[in-house]
Design a protein around this ligand. Structure first.
Ligand SMILES: Nc1ncnc2c1ncn2[C@@H]1O[C@H](COP(=O)(O)OP(=O)(O)O)[C@@H](O)[C@H]1O
Ligand SMILES: [Mg+2]
Length: 152
């Protein structure tokens, strides 16, 4: 398993890194964001959204759980859906199964999942062709270590 590591020194740097990384993504990809509250998961997703040419303002999906956008760029992803999920409030395998993650993955786009630790509650088989784990940790007030591992 190969890991990529990036040390970010500001929210803007996290966003820019994610926007750049988004250019390398392929269809049918799940991105599992892991890390404590305030480590920068939503900030990272905001960068993904920007990198994918999506101009809608992104809202935290904490209450609605799922937001869907349409990818505008790069060319090889254009028109595919981008889903932003936040599993913070998920507490049981039943709640997890009602999300319809299977159907979301079947759409063949990019799915970014905050609090992906909740998937370990069970009952979820990630069928995406590519799976990445993005782990964020706090290094200092504005320092963040971002570790991306492929093929979890
Ligand atoms: N290098 C950094 N990268 C990302 N966020 C940072 C960084 N430094 C400070 N922050 C701050 O940390 C918080 C991250 O919030 P957010 O992205 O919502 O985290 P999460 O979704 O993990 O709870 C924001 O207030 C942001 O301004
Ligand atoms: Mg968040």
């Amino acid at each position: 398993m190969t890991s990529t590591e990036f040390l970010s020194d500001s929210p803007a740097a996290t966003e820019a890194f994610a926007a750049q990384w988004a250019q390398s993504l392929q269809p049918d990809t799940a991105i599992l964001l892991k890390g404590d509250l305030g480590t920068g998961k939503t900030t990272f997703v905001r960068g993904l959204v920007r990198g994918l040419g999506i101009t809608d303002p992104i809202r935290s999906p904490t209450f609605t759980l799922i937001h869907e956008y349409t990818i505008q760029q790069p060319h090889h992803l254009k028109g595919l859906p981008f889903f932003h999920l936040d599993l913070y409030r998920i507490e049981t395998p039943q709640q997890l199964s009602t999300l319809g993650l299977d159907e979301i993955l079947e759409r063949g786009g990019i799915v970014a999942i905050e609090w992906a630790e909740r998937l370990e509650l069970g009952g979820t088989v990630l069928t995406a062709a590519q799976v990445y784990e993005v782990r964020l940790t706090v290094q200092a007030e504005t320092g963040r270590r971002i570790t991306i591992t492929r093929g979890i």
